[in-house]
Write a protein that binds this ligand. Structure first.
Ligand SMILES: Nc1ncnc2c1ncn2[C@@H]1O[C@H](COP(=O)(O)OP(=O)(O)OP(=O)(O)O)[C@@H](O)[C@H]1O
Length: 310
């Protein structure tokens, strides 16, 4: 009911195609990370979902309805797109109160959200005196004012201090646990890995990936292990007989590509080689993402090198 659906969505700005026949759905009950290089079309997609821009073709809906047809939109969808957008001469409290009034939301909720976002003591200050992190907190407070089922945040950690980053991470996790739909764009891979269950990745306006985080990481890595042993020379020999070349790290551990712990463990046991540590390696989100975007760049280079027909 609360999902975001994007269907054949296309947006051209003059000759620039910002979004190109996009198709994906963001489901409730999980945090979806929205990734892609600069200019990939993430902000444009979010603006189209929020009715701030009109698609060239295709549709973007929330629970089957266009944003512009939602009665009191803040009660259905909360969004943070640009934390600088708030009126600087208003106080934080007045800013939230104006939003609340226009969406039929009670004053008590304003105070609740000021507290929740860590702005309880500065609610009476003008927004123009706020730091980037404080504006970001205010933007998140505004997004959640109407207790919406759908939350869309563009770079929410921008400008936040470490405490703020932990706060936003926990907040997103709890919003998803409550069954809300949470779509979050970010350039910070370790951050995204810490809160997202699912990933949607764009490249040049097109959909590259729509997968659970685990599946994305698994799909972009071959097997590999890290191990420690008291007899590296014997293990290296045993592994090289099977075509594997261990590489020693600065900390004295060894990594072996192309083989899993399920194979290395029994091999070491059968050779009587003691292992002090043996773990299957998973790539970080950053490694998997960079491998994906490198493939894309290569693909683009090949495509542009193709001779023209005719
Ligand atoms: N109002 C506009 N007028 C003209 N071109 C635009 C406009 N908005 C976006 N674009 C172009 O559309 C493309 C997608 O931009 P968009 O801001 O959606 O990307 P993004 O993935 O959010 O990038 P970033 O990670 O840098 O925020 C870019 O080529 C951008 O220059």
């Amino acid at each position: 009911m609360n999902s975001i659906e994007v269907h054949e969505l296309t947006k051209d700005y003059g000759v620039t195609r910002a979004v190109d026949h996009l198709d994906f759905r963001v489901h409730p009950g999980r945090v979806t990370g929205f990734l892609g290089p600069n200019g990939a079309g993430k902000s444009t997609t979010m603006r189209l979902v929020l009715g701030l821009d009109r698609p060239t073709s295709g549709t973007a809906t929330i629970g089957g309805r266009a944003y512009t047809r939602l009665g009191r939109p803040l009660r259905s969808v909360g969004a943070l797109l640009d934390a600088q957008a708030a009126h600087g001469s208003r106080t934080a409290r007045n800013h939230l109160a104006a939003l609340a009034a226009s969406n039929g939301i009670g004053r008590r909720r304003v105070e609740e959200m000021l507290e929740e976002s860590g702005l309880g003591t500065v609610g009476g200050r003008r927004i123009k005196t706020f730091s980037l992190g404080m504006r970001q907190r205010l933007g998140i407070a505004a997004a959640l004012l109407g207790d919406p089922g759908v939350v869309m945040l563009d770079e929410p950690s921008n400008g936040l201090d470490p405490e703020g980053i932990v706060w936003i991470r926990e907040l997103m996790r709890s919003l998803a646990r409550e069954g809300r739909t949470v779509l979050v764009s970010s350039h910070l891979m370790s951050e995204t890995a810490s809160f997202a269950d699912h990933l949607v990745v764009l490249g040049k306006g097109r959909l590259l990936v729509d997968l659970p985080m685990e599946d994305f990481l698994d799909a972009r890595s071959g097997p590999g292990v890290r191990l420690r042993t008291t007899e590296p020379a014997r293990l290296r020999e045993a592994l090289s007989r099977r075509g594997h070349a261990p590489v020693q790290g600065a900390d004295g551990s060894w990594t072996v590509a192309g083989v899993g712990a399920a194979e290395v463990g029994p091999l070491a046991a059968s050779e009587g080689i003691p292992l002090l540590e043996l773990v299957d390696l998973k790539p970080t989100l950053e490694q998997a993402y960079l491998a994906l975007t490198a493939d894309e760049t290569q693909f683009a280079a090949h495509a542009s090198m193709k001779p023209e027909k005719g």
